[in-house]
Design a protein. Sequence first.
Length: 283
Amino acid sequence: MKILVAGSTGYLGSYIVKELIARQADFQAIARSPQKLEKLGLTSDQIIEAQVTQRSSLAGCCEGVDTVISTVGITRQKDGLSYMDVDYQANKNLLDEAVKSGVRKFIYISVLHGEELTHLEICQAKERFVREVQASGLEYCIIRPSGFFSDMKEFYDMALRGRIYLFGDGQTPASPIHGADLAQVCVGAVTGTASVLEVGGPETLTHQEIAEAAFAAAGKPVKITRIPDWVRRLTLRLASVLMGKKRFGPIEFFLHVMAMDMSAKGYGERKLGAWFGGNSRSI
Ligand SMILES: NC(=O)c1ccc[n+]([C@@H]2O[C@H](COP(=O)([O-])OP(=O)(O)OC[C@H]3O[C@@H](n4cnc5c(N)ncnc54)[C@H](OP(=O)(O)O)[C@@H]3O)[C@@H](O)[C@H]2O)c1
């Protein structure tokens, strides 16, 4: 049962690769920079060098594949491409190849509440792709995670600098998840039956509690400055006018989810406080 991983060089993708190695699974991974996969211990026959944004470079990549898992998406990349180019079209290129090769199942990582956020560019592209997966005729699982630990590092960095800034009253909940815990869910979906999974980590914490955990790990006294929510809304409006489209996308997403309940059913066991205390330095 061969699995193909796309996005394998990213935060979540590399944990999926590690999980597949630990399970001694039959898999290959696609990357535009194969050296990143060699560092994870993959052999040359496990690596497919391809550029997912170029349809032709994917030809034949799904031959003999049972399940494709894609975590491809723009987070911090500065390639000058849009969400529509990557989160939608690159994944669509892969899906077309999967359909052509008779792949059984497609697993795609979108975002928690993405369906309600299609007015944001990132979610518009992701959810357009979700609809393509649903219409493809393949079995599928759409995984909708809350925030990743990798995105919580900013709290720890602010704590190290001595002060954390929070929007509103700090009581908005979130259930961030470690990449290794989420990778187990993604790989479990290969044989699972759910077509949609909303996934959080083992704890639901308010932003205030996340800040306190970051200060505890940093060994600093709790110093929190609350920024009224109207500042967040004004920043969103100003940034949409003053910033270029590509730079605005990640900020638009961040400023929206900071004000949303991002709690979800808990999976895994890794706790954010321990991660702040030890592993956040290596992400
Ligand atoms: N971070 C979060 O809190 C969060 C929460 C919910 C959902 N998600 C979604 O989960 C997915 C995985 O997130 P992540 O944090 O693991 O992302 P990440 O670390 O940025 O990894 C993204 C992957 O996509 C590839 N990619 C991006 N742009 C590309 C391009 N132009 N051409 C080819 N490959 C490209 C990257 O390849 P390179 O290594 O070559 O750049 C990398 O393998 C994303 O779709 C993200 O939107 C993230």
